[in-house]
Design a protein around this ligand. Structure first.
Ligand SMILES: Cc1ncc(COP(=O)(O)O)c(C=O)c1O
Length: 412
């Protein structure tokens, strides 16, 4: 099985660590590993100026919720957010009585397009801008957007949930000492996975004193890694397929998005502290992060050589800016094609599962769209990309990448 979505970050060493932790419940709640994670994250973000603190949460969405809450903005405040995003970004905004204002994207880095941003007049109620680094690409218009936020005195949250290019944190980066916040996620589909988890980097203050998740929740998180590894490694001989179905039926595979969230309602289940057990899983991933990044970069290069312009034949051109395409490590590799459905059916038959981030302006597709306040037709670029995008996996071996390309080539 080759999959972009299914447990892309897990390997047997993660599974074994998780399995051991299942038998060490005294390590689950509080412990020193949480502080170690904070220190490691700051060094990964290259933040060495002592101006930032890390606060950890049970998910990226709850990290965003508490960050927005801590700003004490008046009800009805507007948050500028790009179209082509997911419920995790929008539901906390709506839950806090704020209004998401959608800005259309450009198709080079799938991020907010400055030109559409300037066409939205400054409004007294507009207080925050969330700048998403989609797939880990630095937004094409990042500098211009950050300058505009300074002019308009907006609070900026850079959403680094998908990853980021280290250069944004170069030591001379003036934004590090301004009123900028950074959002991280350690969900199962992100570049670092502790199944659930999120963080914010804030200037000075931290947010804490949240209750711990239940032991049942932590137990389910710890089960996730060994179970998904079992499924992945036996999928091609059918056992994994059956196992997947059975475990889902028994509710033993904890879902990434809850039923409540699919109804478009923010789930306070995630308004919890980050437990030590997940910090241990995250530390393990942090320790091998450079190696995984290099592997992802290698796979991206293989794809890049195959699709020089990030497209499949018969699709509209899209390209990654040159400076980002040489040494980059994307969480998933985006391609635009008008033959998406045909391709997905064809590859699925060979146990290859490609991703569709995002197939809706506010993903996932089965989310109750009436709750997210998006007006159809208002961001046409994002809508078009949603119809054509597929994502290739990057955390795989070179042989697997070549197999993916071969299968794609064979789609007539
Ligand atoms: C762009 C973006 N930001 C933030 C998040 C929040 O992540 P989490 O799943 O940890 O709540 C996600 C999750 O998918 C995301 O895609």
């Amino acid at each position: 099985m080759i999959s972009t979505d299914f447990a892309p970050n897990e390997s047997w060493d993660d599974a074994i660590l998780s399995l051991k932790l299942l038998f060490q419940p005294w390590k689950w709640m509080r412990g020193n590993d949480i502080e170690q994670v904070k220190r490691k994250l700051l060094s990964k973000l290259l933040i060495t100026n002592n101006k930032y603190r890390i606060s950890l949460f049970l998910s990226g969405r709850s990290a965003l919720y508490f960050l927005l809450k801590s700003l004490n903005l008046p009800k009805g405040s507007e948050v500028l957010v790009q179209a082509f995003t997911c419920e995790a970004v929008v539901l906390p905004i709506v839950e806090l009585g704020m209004k998401p204002i959608y800005v259309d994207i450009e198709a080079d880095t799938y991020s907010m397009d400055y030109r559409f941003l300037t066409s939205k007049p400054g409004n007294k109620l507009t207080k925050v801008l969330i700048l998403q680094h989609t797939f880990g690409l630095t937004p094409k218009y990042r500098n211009k957007i950050l300058n505009l936020t300074k002019e308009r005195k907006l609070i900026v949250i850079e959403d680094l949930a998908h990853g980021f290019n280290k250069s944004i944190f170069s030591p001379n980066n003036q934004y590090l000492i301004s009123n900028n916040f950074f959002l991280l996620s350690f969900g199962r589909s992100k570049t670092l996975s502790s199944v659930f988890g999120g963080a914010i980097a804030t200037p000075q203050s931290t947010i804490n004193n949240l209750p711990m998740p239940s032991t049942w929740f932590i137990f389910q998180c710890l089960l996730y890694k060994p179970l998904t590894m079992l499924i992945k490694s036996t999928y091609d001989i059918y056992l994994g397929k059956i196992l997947h179905k059975v475990l889902n039926k028994l509710n033993l595979l904890i879902p990434e998005i809850t039923k409540k969230e699919k109804k478009g309602i923010y789930d306070r289940l995630f308004n919890k502290a980050y437990p030590n057990a997940l910090a241990i899983l995250l530390l393990h991933q942090l320790n091998k992060f450079e190696q995984i990044k290099q592997q992802r970069a290698k796979i991206c290069q293989i794809y890049n050589q195959h699709f020089p312009n990030f497209i499949l034949p018969s699709s509209k051109p899209a390209s990654i800016p040159k400076q980002q395409s040489s040494n980059f490590s994307l969480i998933r590799y985006p391609l635009l094609t008008e033959r998406r459905d045909k391709i997905l059916v064809k590859v699925n038959k060979q146990n290859v599962y490609l991703g569709k981030w995002y197939d809706e302006v506010v993903a996932p597709k089965d989310l109750d769209q009436s709750r997210v306040e998006y007006e159809q037709g208002s961001c046409p670029n994002a809508e078009k990309v949603c119809k054509n995008i597929i994502n290739l996996p990057t955390n795989i071996t070179e042989e697997q990448a070549k197999r993916v390309l071969k299968i794609l080539n064979d789609v007539k």
